[in-house]
Ligand binder design. Structure first.
Ligand code: FAD
Length: 381
């Protein structure tokens, strides 16, 4: 791994830092899991996009800066260190966009990516179903051939921010009764305001209303919104899953910034005689640094032409456990003050608890690591 940075790389980082210093709102925006916060974060996406900071790793033709992974990681470090708002466009930018770069048509990229980059169209991920989470291939929502397109029916669930999003992407069974459940699936984009779509919020632990389930009743989708070949949706979806668990969903910058805040908290609130808590602070800071280096190593391999494989599951387990440890340690430091107030730490703690579940549960990721990375025998299913 070569960590030397060129003067151009350093200039990119400095430009990002200066822009963020000048633009990050002085008062944090309301939570993006509320209607008010969602709208405010959409505005923030537009502000980022106006100066081409919303999608730095995309080609400039779509509003990006052609940044390679190392520059993207540098941008993310600066972004989180500056305390910039969470990204309401994240599902689209981190999951759908890479899928379109790999499998979409030029027409789809030209139509979908620019309004995604500006936050004008915010996307929800509609993969999970009530009986198809870990075993995604067992999904039963259908896509039936219609004149000029498809009609979608069924139920999707656990869709982050779908209560306020504009459009969604998901997998549908287009060929009933294939030999293997992974066959006969089609990957489609659809409008959350289309006739036949009902969006119903699901209550979350923190009471915020953006999480939702979707009911689809004969929703028409034109052929131009199929990604890849009909029936080949599994292959398309797997490239999205690699991105979700691996490099792009949780950049190290997020945890490095949290670790810095935790160290600062120790300095103001820590009891020097509490060596057990002090060690947990140190462990969390070391964990964030380790995650940064591991990600740099993966990014270097990626830039040398390797594909991200099962090690993306290692990433997923590591960041989700690190996130919980960082927040638990902060709350223990703050004592009752931390738990009673609606602070960044208490809100982050509640969300961190979902980390081992979303983007594929950690039990499943551990199976992947055991079987595909370590070559251990397959467990019982
Ligand atoms: C905050 C949050 C946000 C989410 N956002 C989205 C979203 O935007 N879009 C979306 O489509 N989905 C989303 N999800 C859904 C998430 O991807 C699923 O919850 C997850 O894949 C697990 O599926 P499940 O809930 O059906 O649980 P199940 O698959 O029923 O699993 C239940 C338990 O059994 C374990 N288990 C199951 N099979 C095995 C096995 N073979 N070996 C070992 N253990 C096993 C699991 O690990 C888990 O602990 C979100 C979930 C959460 C909590």
């Amino acid at each position: 791994m070569d960590l030397t940075r060129s003067p151009a790389d350093e200039a990119f980082r400095a430009e990002a830092r200066a822009w963020l210093v000048a633009h990050v709102p002085a008062v944090p925006l309301p939570s993006l899991e509320t209607a008010e916060g969602f709208a405010a974060h959409r505005g923030w996406e537009a502000e980022l996009a106006a100066d081409r900071w919303s999608v730095v790793s995309w080609p400039s033709a779509y509003g990006g800066r052609d940044a390679d992974l190392m520059r993207w990681l540098a941008f993310e470090e600066e972004y989180h260190a500056a305390g910039a708002p969470g990204r309401v466009g994240q599902n689209g930018v981190s999951l759908l966009a890479p899928t379109l770069f790999d499998h979409g048509t030029p027409e789809q990229r030209a139509r979908v990516l620019p309004p995604m980059a500006t936050g004008e169209v915010v996307w929800a991920q509609a993969w999970s179903e009530p009986e198809a989470g870990s075993d995604l291939a067992s999904l039963t929502s259908r896509a039936v051939r219609a004149d000029g397109g498809w009609r979608l029916s069924g139920q999707k669930t656990w869709s982050s921010r779908a209560a306020f999003a504009d459009r969604a992407f998901g997998l549908f069974r287009s060929e009933p009764g294939p030999a293997k459940p992974q066959q006969g699936l089609t990957y489609l984009m659809f409008d959350l305001l289309a006739p036949g779509v009902t969006v119903r919020p699901i209550g979350r632990l923190d009471g915020k209303p953006a999480f939702a389930e979707l009911f689809l009743d004969e929703v028409f989708v034109p052929d131009e919104d199929v990604i890849g070949e009909p029936g080949q949706g599994w292959r398309v979806a797997m490239s999205t899953a690699g991105n979700e668990r691996g490099l792009t969903l949780r950049s190290p910058g997020r945890f490095l910034a949290a670790a810095d805040r935790l160290a600062a908290l120790w300095r103001t609130h820590g009891d020097p005689s509490d060596t057990a808590l002090r060690d947990r602070v140190a462990d969390a800071v070391i964990g964030a640094r380790a995650y940064q280096l591991f990600t740099y190593a993966n990014a270097s391999r990626f830039l040398e032409g390797e594909r991200i494989g099962p090690e993306s599951s290692l990433n997923k387990v590591f960041w989700s456990e690190l996130d919980i440890a960082l927040h638990e340690t902060a709350l223990d430091l703050l004592g009752t003050e931390g738990e009673s107030a609606d602070t960044e730490w208490s809100e982050g703690y509640v969300f961190s608890l979902a980390g081992p579940i979303y983007a594929g549960t950690n039990e499943i990721q551990r199976d992947i690591v055991a079987e595909r990375l370590l070559g251990l025998p397959k467990g019982r299913r």
